[in-house]
Design a protein around this ligand. Structure first.
Ligand code: HEM
Length: 438
């Protein structure tokens, strides 16, 4: 699942919403241009930059220059943290940490300072650097490779640090969904870090540096490793496929959509009741490890698989007609008078229209951890959904999916977390400073 939207007509939902986000900046290679703005948006930029329509058309069809991957740069500093609206990278580590016994608010503040400083260095444009105390030279020779490091707080963090009065109401525990099969040891946690990069060594290096910087203050509670398609692997930028083979991310909200910011980010000053002021510019991440029961899924015919989702497998077009970017028509009927998008099709049950407008930005990563104890692939989706309030995003949609989604027969939710991801850090600041020093 990705925020990257399809193809030549739609701007990618991963494109930065505003200059205040961690928008990729120079060097603006063709890959980054296409990879973040979407082909249509990129075409517009090229034309606006003085190049002709022919150049734009050529840019749309030319494959990515592989040498550009390392140069991708997404600034760490900004009013919002990076790693939310940008296209999901090729590699990811999702890691939860628990504070060490006795680590208090002051210790937590020191940790967030060390982590932010290290992330700032490692994401530096051109030649990134690493605080010498933590370096292992694993990322030597590589550029920043679109590295992002995103920090969040779990519910348990607030009691551990004496900050219960600052805990957002929106961080209430997620409800129990009847079909959940959650492993508590791989769920929740005091702190959450999302690392994404288009290079595996750069991602690993960032993880090791943050682990070393946490030494004595916090230790890893769980770690999940994910991946997406590598930039440049397709002839043109495309929405990614998940491990069921579906094009996934097509109907994500786009930063250019009216109301996008209100859906995804907490407004300035916080939001009435559910989010305190220190969360301004932040978002809530719901993280679910969703195992795909691939052996059962693979037994279905492609036609059946398409009915389960409501979109064609080949190109992601909705079964109500048109192309991938054609709006879904939930009221359309087939010639035999049956609903074109079945009553239990995933895109019908998950649609905002079926859930009182509930929406979220899905930005996940596939995972594959070998063969499970049941003899089938331990593989699926590290689902990460971003929203201004989980009660108006993930929760109502998952409630509906849990009971009536045809896809749920082929899934198992194995781990879950909800994290408050504060706004970004400015120069000299660290992420979470407004909470920890407020
Ligand atoms: C492994 C689990 C899942 C798979 C394989 C999956 C796959 C898909 C696919 C292929 C689409 C259609 C393309 C697109 O618009 O992205 C889709 C749409 C969507 N999914 Fe999922 N999904 C999964 C889990 C979830 C969960 C847990 C939620 C939320 C609780 C969710 C919410 C949505 C939404 C909101 C849409 C857009 C529906 C619309 O067209 O308006 N999905 N998903």
């Amino acid at each position: 699942m990705s925020t990257v939207n399809d193809d030549t007509t739609a701007p990618k939902s991963g494109a930065p919403a505003a200059p205040t986000t961690g928008a990729p900046t120079a060097p603006v290679t063709r890959r980054r241009l296409l990879g973040t703005a979407g082909a249509a948006g990129a075409a517009g930029l090229l034309v606006g930059g003085g190049a002709g329509a022919a150049t734009a058309a050529a840019a749309r069809t030319e494959p990515t220059a592989l040498s550009s991957v390392g140069t991708g740069h997404i600034p760490f500093e900004g009013a919002r943290q990076a790693g939310i609206v940008e296209p999901a990278q090729a590699r990811a580590h999702l890691v939860a940490f628990d504070l060490a016994p006795g680590a208090d608010r002051r210790a937590a503040a020191g940790l967030l300072r060390r982590w932010s400083d290290a992330a700032r260095e490692m994401t530096r444009e051109g030649r990134p650097t690493t605080p010498a105390a933590y370096d292992d030279q694993v990322a030597d020779d590589a550029g920043p490779s679109s590295l992002t490091v995103t920090f969040g707080f779990g519910r348990s963090f607030f009691a551990r640090t004496g900050l219960t009065g600052q805990r957002p109401q929106a961080l209430a525990p997620l409800p129990d969904f009847p079909a959940d099969a959650l492993d508590a040891r791989r769920s929740n946690g005091d702190l959450w870090v999302q690392i994404g990069a288009d290079d595996a060594l750069v991602a690993f290096h960032a993880l090791r540096v943050l682990q070393k910087a946490a030494h004595g203050t916090a230790s890893v509670r769980w770690q999940m490793n994910g991946f997406n398609r590598t930039p440049g692997a397709t002839a043109r930028p495309m929405t990614v496929r998940n491990l069921m083979g579906q094009i996934d991310g097509t109907n994500n909200p786009k930063p250019t959509d009216p109301g996008f910011d209100q859906k995804v980010f907490v407004p300035a000053g916080g939001s009435a009741g559910s989010s305190p002021a220190w969360m301004a510019g932040g978002s809530y991440a719901v993280v679910r490890r969703i195992r795909m029961l691939l052996d059962s899924w693979d037994h279905l015919s492609v036609a059946r698989q398409e009915k389960v989702i409501g979109r064609r497998k080949s190109d992601g077009a909705p079964l109500s007609g048109g192309t991938a970017t054609t709006p879904v028509n939930l009221a359309a009927f087939d010639a035999d008078n049956s609903l074109a998008i079945a009553g239990d099709a995933h895109i019908r049950v998950a649609a905002a229209a079926s859930n009182g407008g509930a929406a979220m930005l899905r930005r996940g990563f596939s995972y594959h951890d070998g063969i499970g104890s049941d003899g089938s692939p331990d593989a699926g989706l590290l689902f990460v959904a971003w929203q201004a309030d989980p009660m108006r995003g993930f929760v109502p949609v998952q409630r509906k999916l849990d009971g009536s989604d045809g896809l749920s027969r082929f899934l198992r939710h194995e781990a879950s977390g909800l994290f408050a991801v504060p706004g970004g850090a400015g120069p000299g600041e660290y992420v979470g400073q407004r909470l920890l020093e407020g």
